[in-house]
Design a protein around this ligand. Structure first.
Ligand SMILES: [Fe+2]
Length: 279
């Protein structure tokens, strides 16, 4: 076989999504022929619903299933803080249900390495034409009730979390690059990392500010320099799509957006081609 197929879904928002649409998604993924399935964040906020979904997908497919947390998965609940969700609770929930918690634990399927990152936002996706300052972003966060301002209770700044995301991703790519069996890498991020993935509304200052919380373009630039990276799939925003990014002299990278809404969970089948023998 000359390609490896990975199915990526995200933003299922269990509890808000129509149950039939989730059943249908699982059936579709099970019949897709994918050699791995990645759940790219914003799965839900209720542990029993998440565990039930993990069991359902685990039973439906025989291939490895991995999870990348998104912002809503980290909204604190009951006695569980956002920091504990990220570092302990969600990894344990994954482990208990046979799901690989991907950040820090890259997956290898044949000769394809798969890494996952939240790619937490660092405001680099803000519309550059709007001339916004850091003070504008911080004020917007408070004034407009960006959900994270109310529902994330860790003590880190967004820049600190974004930095942690970037460093862990770099480490994971390094781990895979040192494995002789791995000849290409697929990256799955919760937040978008390329400009085309960011929903723009030129001239709308509010939209320009909101963009700051919708991606991490510095991580996208970081990925462009890695020769083994041969595909990037991102989530979080409701529209889907695919675009090839050229990076002469390195091989071009196909990039995707999953594109999910509560009534219509999206998925991407990323077909990552094996490189020619001499590359
Ligand atoms: Fe999200």
């Amino acid at each position: 076989m000359s390609v490896t197929t990975v199915a990526i879904t995200s933003d299922l928002l269990l509890g808000a999504a129509a149950p039939l649409s989730i059943h249908s998604l699982v059936d579709t993924l099970a019949g897709s022929g994918a050699e791995a399935v990645v759940l790219a964040g914003n799965i839900g906020e209720n542990d029993s619903q998440i565990a039930q979904f993990f069991k359902k997908i685990r039973l439906a497919v025989s291939c490895p299933v991995a999870f990348v947390p998104g912002n809503q998965d980290l909204f604190y609940r009951n006695e569980t803080s956002s920091e504990s969700l990220l570092n302990n609770h969600l990894p344990a929930l994954c482990q208990a249900n046979g799901i690989q918690f991907l950040p820090g634990n890259p997956l290898v399927v044949g000769s394809l390495g798969i890494v996952g990152s939240m790619a937490w936002y660092d405001y680099s996706a803000a519309d550059p034409t709007a001339g916004l300052s850091m003070e504008d972003h911080v004020q917007f966060r408070q004034d407009r009730n960006v959900p994270e301002a109310l529902r994330i209770d860790w003590g880190w700044s967004d820049q600190e979390v974004a930095g942690q995301s970037a460093r862990l991703l770099e480490t994971d790519i390094g781990k895979l690059s040192s494995q002789p069996a791995v000849n290409r890498i697929l990256v799955v991020t919760h937040f978008p990392v390329f400009d085309w993935q960011i929903p723009r509304d030129p001239g709308n200052r509010l939209a320009a500010l909101r963009n700051a919380y919708e991606g991490n373009l510095n991580i996208g630039r970081q990925l462009m320099s890695h020769p083994l990276v041969r595909g990037v799939v991102s989530a979080h925003v409701p529209h889907g799509g695919c675009r090839v990014i050229h990076r002469d002299p390195l091989a071009p990278i196909p990039t995707w957006l999953v594109g999910s809404s509560p009534d219509s969970p999206g998925f991407v089948l990323a077909r990552v081609a094996k490189p020619p023998e001499n590359s």
